[in-house]
Design a protein around this ligand. Sequence first.
Ligand SMILES: [Zn+2]
Length: 164
Amino acid sequence: MRFREPAALAWQSPVEVVCPRCGSRATVRENDVGYRLTCTRCPLAVDGGSERHVLVDGRLVVLQWKHGAWHDPAVDRYVSVFRAREGEEPVFGLPLWLRTECCGGHLLWANNEEHLGYIESYVGATLRESVGLSTVLPTWMKLAKNREDILRSLHRLRTTLAPG
Ligand SMILES: [Zn+2]
């Protein structure tokens, strides 16, 4: 089987997360004004977008959008370099629904079903293009010895997306 990089980052949205109210699967979707968090089970529906729960120099901060830039209110300064916490949705700061430990403590995560399928086809492929997105996947995902463990974990995650 030959693996081909997808043309678009379709799997960056929506993002499946853990509902902060009931613990069921909730979904974060981008809309015209920001992001909306809705739960698949309880009535929770929250709008957001002006905050980012991220790491700045290894420190967890909640940045706020202010005067056209990201501002860290804790230290009152503007921040341009930050990154998402692994396995977490940055707008609402919630754990991803599709995440699990595998291969001896590595965190395996996906934003949504399409993303899951992307990792699945990458890990399952025997021939890979050396360009594109796969260059950003961590090395442990590319090791043949981890393949079975990863595919098994992905399969288990996929079953948690079943309705109901
Ligand atoms: Zn809920």
